[in-house]
Ligand binder design. Structure first.
Ligand code: AMP
Ligand code: ZN
Length: 447
């Protein structure tokens, strides 16, 4: 039985799909710059979720959106439009920016062996649906017009504060300074923005007799309505989405359909880098290419991510990435030696691995089982399927001679005969194999 922590209820619950197919929606990126390792962390965990559901023999329909229509730099309705910002930075059109970074984002998906979602929904393909949704909310009296857009009246949705357990009175006091005088309540948010005469905004659509564009939160409610139908089984995103983005999605869906949005809400925590938040100004928005130029593969990074729990706080350092890389090498070494050893051990290790991930996606626990068990070749195949780590594909064959040398070196080390173990290391080097002693034990690889 799969157990997941449901943020909406703040507790672990047994997962049961509402229908025959598990309907999943994962909020996607704004495609105006390259995805950094913080963003990618979220999608690695949602890939784990999908893979674990598949191991539980559920059929899945997952939708991922790409926010290719500009939304503002803050989660609220202020600041610069992200795509306009990207276009200015690179001297391109917003459309070119969206196209380039959408492709770039999906390249990461392939590099990380993330299972492709059944539907990849570009926000700009749903503009007429957005308009229909705003019209519907208007009809139902959930939105009102100001000089700069159509706003959701949060006081019309009784449960607005419930999901995120918001203190709306506190919000009002804190937001008073930047509180637009035309907004009825501090938490009200734009579902549609008008473009003022003279205002530069390349992406624009005519609606209500004036040019404008949808508010950011709208696309998720609209895409879910069209591609999945609410309520869906699982809605996932980063913890940053709880107080504003997901709260607003829930409100819009209620206004549009009278339905709840999702049965389970999953949120992954944010990673920090060297103890700091991931931010352009700190120069730590590493991409997979940045890791690669330092000698780490996409799989090494995935290994680092899955070594921690999706709800835990994680601090990324290059030392911890090196440890993840060594651990992956260590696993590959075990696989390589299996070809020679004909391991027929069966200690139900894979059952323990599945039990760990079925317990709220506890990948770190599953990894410890892998470290400490004698897995069979069949187990490793399943490990690869469960985590998408390409372990077997990246494992080179070893000859009997090399196998013997590696084993002899381990024996020499166990006997503290370091002179002999160094001699064997040199011999292996001549055969094109390097050996390194790491916290995961000695790991070897072809040079
Ligand atoms: P964005 O393009 O900013 O909407 O981010 C895309 C996804 O990455 C969202 O689900 C965020 O929650 C997630 N995300 C952004 N930064 C981090 C981080 N430092 N750690 C984990 N997830 C993050
Ligand atoms: Zn969303």
């Amino acid at each position: 039985m799969l157990k997941l922590y449901n943020t909406a209820e703040r507790k672990l619950e047994n997962f049961k799909p509402l229908g025959e197919v598990v309907k999943i929606y994962t909020c996607g990126p704004t495609v105006y710059s390259r995805a950094h390792i913080g963003n990618l962390t979220a999608y690695i965990y949602w890939d784990l979720l999908v893979r674990v559901l598949k191991f539980n023999e559920f059929k899945i329909r997952r939708v991922l959106n790409l926010t290719d229509v500009g939304h503002l730099v803050s989660d609220g309705d202020e600041g610069e439009d992200k795509l306009e910002k990207g276009a200015k930075r690179e001297g391109k059109t917003v459309w070119e920016i969206a196209e380039f970074y959408s492709k770039d984002f999906l390249k990461n998906f392939r590099a990380l062996e993330l299972a492709p979602p059944e539907v990849i929904a570009k926000a700009t393909d749903y503009i007429s649906d957005d308009m229909a949704a705003v019209s519907k909310m208007m009809e139902e009296g959930f939105v009102y017009e100001t000089s700069d857009g159509i706003y959701f009246d949060t006081s019309r949705f009784e449960d607005y504060a419930k999901f995120a357990r918001l203190d709306l009175s506190g919000l009002k006091a804190g937001a008073r300074v930047s509180f637009s005088s035309e907004k009825r309540n501090a938490a009200d948010f734009a579902v549609w923005k008008f473009i003022q005469p003279g205002e530069k905004h390349a992406m624009r659509w005519d609606y209500l007799g004036r040019p404008g564009y949808p508010g950011w939160h709208l696309e998720c409610s609209v895409i879910i309505h069209k591609e999945l139908g609410e309520p869906i089984d699982i809605h996932a995103g980063g913890v940053d989405h709880i107080p504003i983005h997901h709260t607003n999605e829930i409100a819009q869906t209620y206004a549009m359909t009278g339905s709840s949005l999702a049965r389970f809400w999953l949120h992954c925590n944010f990673i920090t880098i060297d103890g700091e938040k991931v931010s352009k100004s700190l120069g730590n928005t590493y991409t997979l290419d940045d890791l690669s130029s330092r000698g780490f593969s996409a799989m090494d990074f995935k290994m680092w991510v899955l070594a921690g729990h999706y709800q835990g706080t994680r601090n990324f350092t290059f030392e911890s990435l090196a440890a993840a890389k060594a651990r992956r090498l260590n696993w590959r070494n075990k696989i390589a030696l299996l070809y020679q050893k004909n391991n027929i051990n069966n200690n139900n290790a894979f059952d323990r691995i599945i039990a760990a991930v079925n317990d709220n996606l506890n990948s770190p626990e599953a990894f410890s089982v892998i470290d400490t068990s004698d897995l069979t070749m069949e187990d490793w195949q399943k490990v690869d399927e469960l985590f998408g780590l390409n372990l077997i594909a990246d494992t080179p064959d070893v000859s009997e001679e090399i196998y013997a040398l590696i084993n002899e070196r381990e024996k020499a080390r166990a006997e503290k005969n370091y002179a002999r173990s160094d001699e064997i290391r040199d011999e292996l080097k001549k055969q094109g194999i390097s050996v390194e002693d790491t916290p995961s034990g000695p790991v070897w690889q072809y040079l």
